[in-house]
Design a protein around this ligand. Structure first.
Ligand code: UDX
Length: 460
């Protein structure tokens, strides 16, 4: 194994912080860099600015190997430099490369005459690796193609399970010049061979062996990231499209998903029907591919349909409420869950946002709850009108309906039969299909409509 290396990670969002924690745990010396001085101050004090299970504790354990800075001068000492900055959607759906450009221009003057690998982990349009290399050539007196290698190494971690996904990945994709890929392979050796000691909070899953390693070109690595996310998004939308028809013919989407997922060629994951996807990746990456297609005069109708189906799901919930409550004006609707998925406080493209906005437009009064995302919603959604509930029980009290918008574990464990008695009308729109057996059996005594998605559970 190559011994401990000096690494700089640019960007301290989900991907950057996860990368710092992972590489420090593998034994490397890591400096996290961000242009946001307040964030760096926070990290120096040992505070982690995002909610991600296990991250703060892993960073604390590795504190002697980890440093934080706003100064690009640290790049001069680095063997490997990771670019992990955000690529938010820009106008027209193509990702905005402002932060990538900023990072490349920040790095360039500090490249040294040692051999250095520049690794791009941000999700970037195909061709960005070449673009970064050009920026480095233009802005660095030292750039030399025989010593400086640009490698694309897309990140597949999910929020909420970021550490497990990083420590025990399905595959590691590295694209670029063979020397660059070889250097990155050496950096990841303990990960590839799984020779590190698993952290207590994130044990190695029993069935896990080793990651697959995919070495390829820059362009293919960049495409793999987009195609993977687009395929997962498509899979969810497919399940949602089938769910709508299931409802009409009297089939149960949960059972249908189990049945088709048992075919190894299809696989059981990402067939969960309901409110559809949200978050920072699926919407942006499907749009990103479509906009890349547009650039080449190549329409991508399958991806467009996946997006359309996804947003239709949010309206399906409104329609179900209308079917039972007729007019929504003046009705009190409880929304359980604001984050785009459980175990995160991330609100980007969260379906709950759309839902609350639509309910408010129809003059319903919304009472919302989330176990962790309430403070963030207060900051990031100042334009939305809703009342905060301190706990699910207060949200449900005297409500005309409750919509489960995020499948937090806490909502599965509620005493639903008792809570229903406190509602004005015991109508549950189970938009994540979480109240399945054995809970559903309990609620069954209140009566329930046929299987549907997002499911409804109604008092007779
Ligand atoms: C995703 C990818 O999984 C990850 O590989 C990539 O690096 C980043 O984007 P993330 O956005 O964190 O990760 O969350 P993920 O767990 O994939 O869920 C995405 C959305 O799809 C969530 O809103 C979730 O609720 C929804 N979803 C997921 C479904 O509606 N049904 C499913 O079956 C699975």
């Amino acid at each position: 194994h190559e011994s401990s290396q000096q690494v700089v990670v640019i960007g301290t969002g989900y991907v950057g912080l996860g990368t710092v924690a992972l590489l420090a745990h593998l034994g490397h010396r890591v400096t996290g860099l961000d242009i946001d001085a307040a964030k760096i101050e926070q990290l120096r004090r040992g505070e982690v600015p995002i909610y991600e299970p296990g991250l703060a504790s892993l960073l604390a354990q590795q504190a002697d190997r980890v440093h934080w800075t706003t100064d690009y001068a640290v790049v001069a000492q680095a063997d490997v430099i990771f670019i992990c900055v955000g690529t938010p959607p820009g106008p027209g759906g193509a990702p905005d490369l402002e932060f990538i450009t900023g990072a490349a221009v920040g790095i360039a003057p500090h490249l040294s005459d040692r051999s250095q690998v520049l690794v791009n982990k941000s999700t970037v349009p195909i061709g960005t690796g070449d673009f970064v290399q050009r920026l480095l050539e233009e802005h660095s007196p030292h750039f030399d193609e025989t010593r400086h290698f640009v490698v694309s190494n897309p990140e597949f971690l999910r929020e909420g399970t970021a550490l497990g996904d990083s420590l025990y990945p399905d595959r590691i994709v590295m694209g670029g010049a063979p020397e660059g890929v070889a250097r990155l392979t050496a950096l990841y050796a303990p990960l590839i061979e799984q020779t590190f000691a698993p952290p207590a909070e994130t044990p190695r899953p029993e069935s896990y062996l080793r990651p697959g390693v995919v070495g390829t070109t820059l362009q293919s690595a960049e495409m793999i990231k987009y195609a993977a996310n687009a395929f997962l998004a498509l899979k969810i939308s497919f399940a949602n499209e089938i769910a709508g028809l299931c409802e009409r013919v009297g089939a149960d989407i949960q059972e249908v998903a189990t049945g088709i997922g048992a075919d190894a060629r299809i696989g059981p994951r990402f067939l969960q029907a309901g409110l559809g996807w949200g978050g920072s990746c699926f919407g942006k990456d499907t749009q990103g591919l479509i906009s890349a297609g547009r650039e080449y005069g190549y329409p991508m109708p399958i991806l467009q349909a996946a997006i359309d189906v996804n947003y239709r799901q949010r309206q399906v919930v409104i329609e179900k409420l209308q079917r039972h409550l007729k007019t929504l004006k003046g009705k009190r609707i409880a929304v359980l869950g604001m984050a785009f998925k459980p175990n995160t406080d991330d609100l980007r493209d969260a379906p709950a946002h759309d839902l609350i906005q639509r309910l408010h437009a129809m003059e319903a009064s919304v009472v919302a709850h989330d176990p962790v995302a309430m403070p963030r919603a207060r900051r990031e959604w100042p334009h939305l009108t809703y009342t905060e509930a301190p706990d699910p029980a207060s949200a449900l009290r005297r409500a005309d309906a409750v919509v489960i918008a995020t499948e937090w574990d806490e909502y599965r464990g509620l005493d639903w039969p008792a809570l229903l008695l406190t509602m004005r009308r015991p109508l549950i729109i189970d938009a994540r299909n979480v109240l399945r057996s054995p809970l559903l059996a309990q609620i069954e005594q209140f009566g329930r409509e046929g299987p549907s998605s997002p499911a409804e559970t109604v008092h007779p």
